[in-house]
Design a protein around this ligand. Structure first.
Ligand code: FAD
Length: 317
Protein backbone atom coordinates (compact mmCIF):
# COMPACT_ATOMS: atom_id res chain seq x y z
CA UNK A 1 0.00 0.00 0.00
CA UNK A 2 1.19 3.53 -0.70
CA UNK A 3 2.13 5.75 2.25
CA UNK A 4 0.02 8.60 0.95
CA UNK A 5 -3.05 6.32 0.92
CA UNK A 6 -2.28 5.03 4.42
CA UNK A 7 -2.12 8.61 5.69
CA UNK A 8 -5.14 9.86 3.81
CA UNK A 9 -7.27 6.92 4.85
CA UNK A 10 -6.48 7.20 8.57
CA UNK A 11 -8.33 9.69 10.74
CA UNK A 12 -5.82 9.32 13.55
CA UNK A 13 -2.04 9.51 13.85
CA UNK A 14 -0.29 6.36 12.59
CA UNK A 15 3.07 5.02 13.75
CA UNK A 16 6.18 4.37 11.61
CA UNK A 17 9.89 4.13 12.18
CA UNK A 18 13.25 4.21 10.38
CA UNK A 19 15.98 1.58 10.43
CA UNK A 20 19.51 1.37 9.08
CA UNK A 21 20.61 -1.70 7.07
CA UNK A 22 23.05 -3.91 9.02
CA UNK A 23 26.74 -3.04 8.93
CA UNK A 24 28.68 -5.05 6.38
CA UNK A 25 29.79 -8.26 8.08
CA UNK A 26 26.67 -8.58 10.23
CA UNK A 27 23.53 -10.52 9.46
CA UNK A 28 20.01 -9.10 9.77
CA UNK A 29 19.03 -10.90 13.00
CA UNK A 30 19.33 -7.80 15.22
CA UNK A 31 17.31 -5.76 12.74
CA UNK A 32 14.54 -8.36 12.68
CA UNK A 33 14.51 -8.44 16.51
CA UNK A 34 14.12 -4.64 16.57
CA UNK A 35 11.17 -4.86 14.19
CA UNK A 36 9.55 -7.71 16.13
CA UNK A 37 9.78 -5.68 19.34
CA UNK A 38 7.85 -2.88 17.63
CA UNK A 39 5.22 -4.87 15.73
CA UNK A 40 2.82 -4.73 18.72
CA UNK A 41 2.43 -1.01 18.08
CA UNK A 42 1.11 -1.62 14.57
CA UNK A 43 3.66 0.26 12.49
CA UNK A 44 2.06 1.24 9.21
CA UNK A 45 5.38 1.38 7.38
CA UNK A 46 9.14 1.12 7.93
CA UNK A 47 11.80 3.32 6.32
CA UNK A 48 15.20 1.90 5.39
CA UNK A 49 18.13 4.26 4.95
CA UNK A 50 20.63 4.16 2.10
CA UNK A 51 24.35 4.74 2.53
CA UNK A 52 26.65 5.70 -0.30
CA UNK A 53 30.25 4.58 -0.77
CA UNK A 54 32.77 6.39 1.41
CA UNK A 55 36.49 6.95 0.80
CA UNK A 56 38.74 5.66 3.54
CA UNK A 57 42.50 5.97 3.95
CA UNK A 58 44.37 3.13 5.66
CA UNK A 59 47.98 3.12 6.76
CA UNK A 60 49.92 0.25 5.16
CA UNK A 61 52.83 -1.50 7.02
CA UNK A 62 55.26 0.40 4.75
CA UNK A 63 53.85 3.70 6.03
CA UNK A 64 52.07 4.59 2.79
CA UNK A 65 48.38 5.46 2.75
CA UNK A 66 45.99 3.27 0.80
CA UNK A 67 42.76 4.85 -0.49
CA UNK A 68 39.83 2.46 -0.36
CA UNK A 69 36.20 2.76 -1.34
CA UNK A 70 33.89 1.14 1.18
CA UNK A 71 30.15 0.92 1.67
CA UNK A 72 29.56 0.27 5.35
CA UNK A 73 25.87 -0.51 5.08
CA UNK A 74 25.05 -2.04 1.70
CA UNK A 75 21.87 -3.97 0.98
CA UNK A 76 19.02 -1.43 1.25
CA UNK A 77 17.03 -3.03 -1.58
CA UNK A 78 17.43 -6.58 -0.32
CA UNK A 79 16.74 -5.77 3.32
CA UNK A 80 13.70 -3.66 2.39
CA UNK A 81 12.23 -6.50 0.30
CA UNK A 82 13.00 -9.03 3.02
CA UNK A 83 11.22 -6.90 5.68
CA UNK A 84 8.16 -6.29 3.52
CA UNK A 85 7.82 -9.99 2.69
CA UNK A 86 8.55 -11.22 6.19
CA UNK A 87 6.24 -8.88 8.14
CA UNK A 88 3.78 -7.72 5.51
CA UNK A 89 4.45 -4.08 6.48
CA UNK A 90 5.10 -1.63 3.61
CA UNK A 91 8.70 -0.42 3.43
CA UNK A 92 10.08 2.90 2.27
CA UNK A 93 13.66 2.49 1.04
CA UNK A 94 15.61 5.72 0.73
CA UNK A 95 16.96 6.57 -2.72
CA UNK A 96 19.84 9.05 -2.71
CA UNK A 97 21.46 11.07 -5.51
CA UNK A 98 24.99 11.14 -4.02
CA UNK A 99 27.22 8.42 -5.42
CA UNK A 100 24.69 7.18 -7.97
CA UNK A 101 24.28 7.85 -11.69
CA UNK A 102 20.76 8.24 -13.08
CA UNK A 103 21.19 4.84 -14.73
CA UNK A 104 22.08 3.20 -11.40
CA UNK A 105 19.08 4.90 -9.79
CA UNK A 106 16.80 3.62 -12.54
CA UNK A 107 18.14 0.11 -12.00
CA UNK A 108 17.60 0.36 -8.23
CA UNK A 109 14.02 1.49 -8.81
CA UNK A 110 13.50 -1.42 -11.20
CA UNK A 111 14.73 -3.85 -8.54
CA UNK A 112 12.35 -2.30 -6.01
CA UNK A 113 9.47 -2.50 -8.48
CA UNK A 114 10.20 -6.17 -9.23
CA UNK A 115 10.10 -6.86 -5.50
CA UNK A 116 6.68 -5.28 -5.06
CA UNK A 117 7.93 -2.12 -3.32
CA UNK A 118 6.03 1.00 -4.37
CA UNK A 119 7.19 3.59 -1.82
CA UNK A 120 10.47 5.54 -1.78
CA UNK A 121 11.96 8.53 0.03
CA UNK A 122 13.85 10.66 -2.52
CA UNK A 123 16.92 12.42 -1.09
CA UNK A 124 20.00 14.17 -2.29
CA UNK A 125 22.24 12.54 0.33
CA UNK A 126 25.03 14.18 2.28
CA UNK A 127 28.41 15.24 1.00
CA UNK A 128 31.30 12.85 1.44
CA UNK A 129 33.21 13.34 4.69
CA UNK A 130 36.29 14.10 2.57
CA UNK A 131 34.51 16.86 0.61
CA UNK A 132 33.66 20.41 1.64
CA UNK A 133 30.54 20.58 -0.53
CA UNK A 134 28.20 18.00 -2.04
CA UNK A 135 29.43 16.87 -5.44
CA UNK A 136 26.97 15.02 -7.64
CA UNK A 137 28.13 11.82 -9.30
CA UNK A 138 28.98 12.46 -12.99
CA UNK A 139 25.73 11.49 -14.72
CA UNK A 140 23.82 11.78 -11.45
CA UNK A 141 21.50 14.32 -9.87
CA UNK A 142 22.60 17.46 -8.02
CA UNK A 143 19.36 17.98 -6.06
CA UNK A 144 16.53 15.83 -4.77
CA UNK A 145 13.94 17.60 -6.96
CA UNK A 146 15.74 16.19 -10.03
CA UNK A 147 15.50 12.70 -8.55
CA UNK A 148 11.80 13.22 -7.85
CA UNK A 149 11.37 14.17 -11.50
CA UNK A 150 13.12 10.96 -12.62
CA UNK A 151 10.81 8.87 -10.43
CA UNK A 152 7.77 10.75 -11.75
CA UNK A 153 8.95 10.03 -15.31
CA UNK A 154 9.11 6.33 -14.43
CA UNK A 155 5.57 6.55 -13.09
CA UNK A 156 4.66 7.41 -16.67
CA UNK A 157 6.86 4.65 -18.14
CA UNK A 158 9.50 7.16 -19.29
CA UNK A 159 12.92 5.54 -18.87
CA UNK A 160 16.32 7.16 -19.51
CA UNK A 161 16.83 5.39 -22.85
CA UNK A 162 14.56 7.22 -25.33
CA UNK A 163 14.58 4.15 -27.57
CA UNK A 164 12.73 2.10 -24.94
CA UNK A 165 9.07 2.22 -25.94
CA UNK A 166 5.84 0.79 -24.42
CA UNK A 167 7.48 0.51 -21.03
CA UNK A 168 5.73 -0.62 -17.88
CA UNK A 169 5.15 2.37 -15.57
CA UNK A 170 6.59 2.08 -12.06
CA UNK A 171 4.04 3.61 -9.78
CA UNK A 172 6.00 4.85 -6.75
CA UNK A 173 4.66 7.00 -3.93
CA UNK A 174 7.37 9.59 -3.30
CA UNK A 175 8.34 11.16 0.03
CA UNK A 176 10.91 13.95 0.40
CA UNK A 177 12.78 15.53 3.33
CA UNK A 178 11.85 18.86 4.96
CA UNK A 179 13.78 20.86 7.55
CA UNK A 180 11.81 22.74 10.22
CA UNK A 181 15.05 24.42 11.33
CA UNK A 182 16.42 24.89 7.77
CA UNK A 183 18.81 22.63 5.88
CA UNK A 184 22.40 23.29 6.95
CA UNK A 185 23.47 24.50 3.50
CA UNK A 186 20.49 26.75 2.75
CA UNK A 187 21.22 30.48 2.74
CA UNK A 188 18.06 31.20 4.73
CA UNK A 189 14.73 29.54 5.64
CA UNK A 190 12.85 31.23 2.78
CA UNK A 191 15.22 29.84 0.15
CA UNK A 192 15.00 26.41 1.74
CA UNK A 193 11.20 26.59 1.54
CA UNK A 194 11.33 27.53 -2.17
CA UNK A 195 13.51 24.47 -2.75
CA UNK A 196 11.14 22.28 -0.72
CA UNK A 197 8.23 23.53 -2.79
CA UNK A 198 10.19 22.65 -5.93
CA UNK A 199 10.31 19.02 -4.75
CA UNK A 200 6.57 18.98 -4.15
CA UNK A 201 5.86 20.62 -7.50
CA UNK A 202 8.11 18.01 -9.14
CA UNK A 203 5.75 15.33 -7.83
CA UNK A 204 6.48 14.46 -4.19
CA UNK A 205 3.42 13.09 -2.37
CA UNK A 206 4.43 13.98 1.18
CA UNK A 207 7.23 15.42 3.33
CA UNK A 208 8.94 13.87 6.34
CA UNK A 209 10.90 16.17 8.59
CA UNK A 210 14.38 16.18 9.95
CA UNK A 211 14.46 15.48 13.69
CA UNK A 212 13.57 18.36 16.04
CA UNK A 213 13.44 18.61 19.82
CA UNK A 214 11.07 21.54 20.09
CA UNK A 215 7.61 20.82 18.67
CA UNK A 216 6.91 24.52 18.19
CA UNK A 217 9.54 24.49 15.41
CA UNK A 218 7.49 21.81 13.62
CA UNK A 219 4.19 23.68 14.07
CA UNK A 220 5.77 26.90 12.79
CA UNK A 221 7.21 25.00 9.84
CA UNK A 222 3.74 23.67 8.94
CA UNK A 223 2.40 27.23 9.02
CA UNK A 224 5.22 28.51 6.80
CA UNK A 225 4.76 25.61 4.33
CA UNK A 226 1.01 26.18 4.08
CA UNK A 227 1.53 29.93 3.62
CA UNK A 228 3.99 29.12 0.81
CA UNK A 229 1.42 26.89 -0.89
CA UNK A 230 2.91 23.52 0.13
CA UNK A 231 -0.17 21.48 0.87
CA UNK A 232 1.01 17.85 1.05
CA UNK A 233 1.07 15.98 4.41
CA UNK A 234 4.10 16.83 6.56
CA UNK A 235 5.14 13.95 8.81
CA UNK A 236 7.14 14.81 11.93
CA UNK A 237 10.26 12.72 12.48
CA UNK A 238 11.59 12.55 16.03
CA UNK A 239 14.68 10.97 17.49
CA UNK A 240 15.00 9.97 21.13
CA UNK A 241 18.38 11.15 22.37
CA UNK A 242 20.30 8.06 23.48
CA UNK A 243 23.84 9.19 24.37
CA UNK A 244 24.96 12.02 26.63
CA UNK A 245 27.29 13.59 24.04
CA UNK A 246 24.47 13.83 21.47
CA UNK A 247 23.35 17.01 23.18
CA UNK A 248 26.41 18.74 21.76
CA UNK A 249 26.95 16.60 18.66
CA UNK A 250 23.46 16.57 17.08
CA UNK A 251 23.11 20.36 16.63
CA UNK A 252 26.31 20.46 14.57
CA UNK A 253 25.48 17.44 12.43
CA UNK A 254 21.85 18.23 11.73
CA UNK A 255 21.77 22.01 12.10
CA UNK A 256 19.13 21.87 14.83
CA UNK A 257 18.72 23.45 18.27
CA UNK A 258 18.31 21.56 21.49
CA UNK A 259 16.13 23.50 23.97
CA UNK A 260 18.14 24.59 27.01
CA UNK A 261 15.57 23.09 29.41
CA UNK A 262 16.28 19.67 27.89
CA UNK A 263 20.04 20.17 27.43
CA UNK A 264 20.34 21.13 31.12
CA UNK A 265 18.73 17.86 32.22
CA UNK A 266 21.01 15.83 29.92
CA UNK A 267 24.13 17.63 31.19
CA UNK A 268 23.19 16.65 34.74
CA UNK A 269 23.20 12.93 33.81
CA UNK A 270 26.03 10.85 35.23
CA UNK A 271 26.22 8.42 32.31
CA UNK A 272 24.71 7.41 28.98
CA UNK A 273 22.10 5.25 30.66
CA UNK A 274 20.71 8.24 32.58
CA UNK A 275 20.89 10.43 29.46
CA UNK A 276 18.97 7.84 27.52
CA UNK A 277 16.18 7.84 30.09
CA UNK A 278 15.99 11.64 30.04
CA UNK A 279 16.04 11.52 26.21
CA UNK A 280 13.23 8.97 26.13
CA UNK A 281 11.09 11.03 28.51
CA UNK A 282 11.61 14.13 26.38
CA UNK A 283 10.65 12.20 23.22
CA UNK A 284 7.56 10.81 24.97
CA UNK A 285 6.42 14.33 25.81
CA UNK A 286 7.04 15.39 22.19
CA UNK A 287 5.20 12.34 20.85
CA UNK A 288 2.16 12.81 23.10
CA UNK A 289 1.88 16.45 22.09
CA UNK A 290 2.20 15.63 18.36
CA UNK A 291 -0.45 12.90 18.60
CA UNK A 292 -2.72 15.32 20.51
CA UNK A 293 -2.30 17.67 17.53
CA UNK A 294 -3.46 14.81 15.28
CA UNK A 295 -0.34 14.80 13.09
CA UNK A 296 -0.67 12.34 10.17
CA UNK A 297 2.05 10.00 11.41
CA UNK A 298 4.58 9.80 14.21
CA UNK A 299 7.86 8.74 12.58
CA UNK A 300 10.69 7.67 14.89
CA UNK A 301 14.36 7.50 14.01
CA UNK A 302 15.30 4.35 15.92
CA UNK A 303 18.96 3.92 14.90
CA UNK A 304 18.28 0.23 15.47
CA UNK A 305 17.37 0.63 19.14
CA UNK A 306 13.93 -0.67 20.04
CA UNK A 307 13.55 -0.20 23.82
CA UNK A 308 13.21 3.60 23.82
CA UNK A 309 11.06 3.57 20.66
CA UNK A 310 8.84 1.00 22.37
CA UNK A 311 8.40 3.23 25.41
CA UNK A 312 7.53 6.21 23.20
CA UNK A 313 5.00 4.27 21.11
CA UNK A 314 3.44 2.77 24.26
CA UNK A 315 3.00 6.19 25.82
CA UNK A 316 1.80 7.98 22.69
CA UNK A 317 -0.70 5.50 21.22
P1 FAD B 1 17.77 18.74 -1.37
O1 FAD B 1 16.30 18.86 -1.29
O2 FAD B 1 18.37 18.55 -2.72
O3 FAD B 1 18.38 20.02 -0.66
C1 FAD B 1 19.77 20.14 -0.40
C2 FAD B 1 20.16 21.61 -0.28
O4 FAD B 1 20.11 22.23 -1.57
C3 FAD B 1 19.22 22.44 0.60
O5 FAD B 1 19.99 23.41 1.24
C4 FAD B 1 18.24 23.07 -0.39
O6 FAD B 1 17.72 24.29 0.09
C5 FAD B 1 19.11 23.25 -1.63
N1 FAD B 1 18.38 23.00 -2.88
C6 FAD B 1 17.47 22.03 -3.11
N2 FAD B 1 17.09 22.03 -4.39
C7 FAD B 1 17.77 23.02 -5.00
C8 FAD B 1 17.82 23.50 -6.34
N3 FAD B 1 17.08 22.95 -7.32
N4 FAD B 1 18.67 24.54 -6.61
C9 FAD B 1 19.44 25.10 -5.64
N5 FAD B 1 19.41 24.68 -4.35
C10 FAD B 1 18.61 23.64 -4.04
N6 FAD B 1 21.04 10.82 3.83
C11 FAD B 1 21.54 9.67 3.32
O7 FAD B 1 22.66 9.67 2.80
N7 FAD B 1 20.83 8.50 3.40
C12 FAD B 1 19.59 8.43 3.94
O8 FAD B 1 19.01 7.36 3.99
C13 FAD B 1 19.03 9.62 4.47
N8 FAD B 1 17.79 9.64 5.03
C14 FAD B 1 17.22 10.83 5.45
C15 FAD B 1 15.91 10.83 5.92
C16 FAD B 1 15.33 12.03 6.33
C17 FAD B 1 13.90 12.03 6.81
C18 FAD B 1 16.07 13.25 6.29
C19 FAD B 1 15.46 14.53 6.77
C20 FAD B 1 17.38 13.23 5.83
C21 FAD B 1 17.97 12.04 5.39
N9 FAD B 1 19.27 12.00 4.89
C22 FAD B 1 19.80 10.83 4.39
C23 FAD B 1 20.09 13.21 4.88
C24 FAD B 1 19.91 14.05 3.59
O9 FAD B 1 20.39 13.31 2.50
C25 FAD B 1 20.67 15.34 3.78
O10 FAD B 1 20.01 16.15 4.70
C26 FAD B 1 21.07 16.09 2.52
O11 FAD B 1 22.07 17.03 2.87
C27 FAD B 1 19.93 16.86 1.86
O12 FAD B 1 19.03 16.01 1.28
P2 FAD B 1 17.68 16.59 0.61
O13 FAD B 1 17.04 15.46 -0.08
O14 FAD B 1 16.90 17.34 1.60
O15 FAD B 1 18.33 17.57 -0.47
Amino acid sequence: MKIIDIINQSDKTVFSFELLPPLKGQNADKLYRTIEELLDFDPKYINITTHRDEMEYRMLPNGLLEKRTIRKRPGTVAIAASIQNRYNVPVVPHVVCGGFTKEETENMLLDLNFMGINNVLALRGDKLKSESIFKPEPGGHAYANELVKQIVDLRQGKYIDPDLKNNTPMDFCIGVAGYPEKHSEATNPDVDLINLKRKVESGADYIVTQMFFDNQKYYDFIDRCRAAGINVPIIPGIKPLSLKNQVSVLPGIFSIDIPEEFAKEVRKCKNNEDARQVGTEWAIAQAKDLVAHNVPCLHIYTYGISDNTKQIAKAAF
